[in-house]
Design a protein around this ligand. Structure first.
Ligand SMILES: [Zn+2]
Length: 191
């Protein structure tokens, strides 16, 4: 989390109240402090988060370049996976979906190899391995199916990924990480 506290913003104005999830502290807040343009026709606004004082920016259409952090906090992740998972969430937060999907593919491959899959195989091989070995629960296979087509291994070109693809993949990753770490039996988690 970035630090915006300590001293108040200079000459912050009173705005019409807006409720939003702050991109920085991830709290659901309502704010009526910030800055706006003089011209109502091209109104853009900056709302100061009452919790962490971060500026939350809205353009003339009400869109924001940094949205709230997507994905769940997951406990008991190993440090290397935690770091990559955090980066995935930050990519999604700033609409960098191709980068997010590339990192999520890495996590999926890592989990499969950690669970005994061979190295240097295709992405689809790893997704199948997770399904065939019960690492993906049989009732979650539809989620796995929806991400198989992200396995563009035949050519090594980078294809742009959409928000929908990235969100699908994030759902699958959350499931995998929760089952394999947060809710794993203790002795397995310590392996
Ligand atoms: Zn905040």
């Amino acid at each position: 989390m970035y630090k915006f506290g300590g001293s108040p913003w200079y000459a912050a104005d009173n705005l019409s109240s807006k409720s939003f999830i702050c991109w920085n502290c991830n709290n659901q807040v309502a704010s009526s402090k910030g800055y706006k343009t003089f011209d109502e026709q091209f109104l853009k606004r900056v709302y100061i988060c009452p919790h962490c004082a971060a500026p939350n920016i809205y353009d003339v259409e009400g869109k924001t370049p940094i949205s709230s952090l997507p994905g769940k906090e997951i406990k008991k992740l190993p440090e290397n996976i935690q770091n990559v998972y955090d980066e995935v969430r930050k990519c999604m937060q700033t609409n960098s979906f191709t980068g997010a999907v590339m990192l999520m593919r890495k996590i999926i491959m890592n989990i499969a190899v950690h669970e005994g899959a061979e190295e240097n195989k295709s992405f689809v091989y790893y997704v199948n391995y997770l399904c065939d070995n019960g690492i993906v629960h049989k009732k979650s296979k539809k989620k796995a199916d929806s991400i198989r087509d992200l396995g563009n291994d035949a050519n090594h070109e980078i294809e742009n990924r959409t928000q929908e693809e990235a969100q699908n993949c994030l759902g699958f990753i959350e499931l995998l990480l929760m089952a394999n770490y947060e809710f794993a039996d203790e002795e397995e988690a310590e392996e």
